[in-house]
Design a binder for this molecule. Structure first.
Ligand code: HEM
Length: 223
């Protein structure tokens, strides 16, 4: 019985919807946290420190952060694996190989697939850039994210990579939020308009909120 649910298309879409919502909640929190950069290095770096001490004294240093990381990794893997399996199923279900490929996959499906790949690559780059400092452009300093972020957005490629990724985030959420609502049965004839508006507003807000940081550095508001 359990196996049948996991193997079904609906089961896989539900996994995608739930893991997507988990990541979306993280992104909203991350975007709001990032905006603290406009209040200066003291507040931003203090916030990064708080992320590591939250829950003390019940939690040890970084325990809460590690729980969040584990939840996110599980969500990313579940999302990617289900997406891959669903797309394989979609390809297998095609009646003939001769028909022109583009005509068989919708614009939204293609955008979601490519967007997902771009985002996965971005997340790897982003972690190596601002969490471990491995590919960071300046002298990376642990515990000093304010200066690290300013360094990243002081290079043309840093700005280019992040701006492309933020646009991909917006597009992905716009369609993903809508799809998740349909999968989870929230959609209906009367609610669909409101759901589309919510998806658009959410995507716009997240993209604008994230983009504010590189724009802030490029314009010298954050330095
Ligand atoms: C302009 C946009 C962004 C900026 C300025 C930014 C900034 C940062 C910074 C400074 C950190 C390190 C925080 C710390 O170590 O205390 C971080 C971590 C992280 N960011 Fe972003 N971020 C941006 C967009 C994104 C996006 C779009 C995603 C996901 C698609 C994302 C996912 C993550 C993840 C997963 C971590 C690792 C958290 C951890 O485990 O410590 N970020 N980000």
């Amino acid at each position: 019985m359990t196996r049948t649910v996991w193997d079904s298309t609906v089961g896989k879409k539900t996994v995608m919807a739930v893991s997507g919502i988990v990541m979306l909640l993280y992104l909203v929190a991350h975007m709001i946290g990032n905006l603290k950069i406009f209040f200066g290095p003291g507040e931003f770096n203090h916030y990064a420190h708080w992320l590591r001490t939250v829950g003390e004294p019940v939690m040890h240093y970084e325990w809460t952060l590690w729980i969040i990381r584990v939840v996110l990794v599980v969500a990313v893997i579940a999302h990617a694996v289900s997406a891959y399996q669903l797309s394989r199923r979609d390809i297998r279900a095609r009646p003939s190989k001769y028909v022109h490929r583009q005509a068989r996959t919708s614009y939204a499906t293609r955008t979601m697939r490519w967007g997902g790949v771009i985002l996965a690559l971005f997340i790897v780059w982003h972690l190596l850039d601002l969490t471990t400092g491995t590919v960071h452009s300046g002298g990376f300093e642990t515990g000093k994210p304010y200066q690290n972020v300013v360094d990243t957005f002081s290079t043309w490629y840093g700005n280019a990579l992040y701006i492309i990724a933020m646009l991909a985030v917006g597009l992905h959420i716009r369609h993903g939020f809508w799809s998740a609502a349909q999968t989870l049965g929230v959609g209906s004839r009367t609610r669909d308009r409101a759901l589309r508006t919510t998806a658009n507003a959410l995507a716009l807000l997240l993209t604008a909120g994230f983009l504010a940081v590189p724009v802030g550095v490029m314009t010298g508001v954050v330095s």
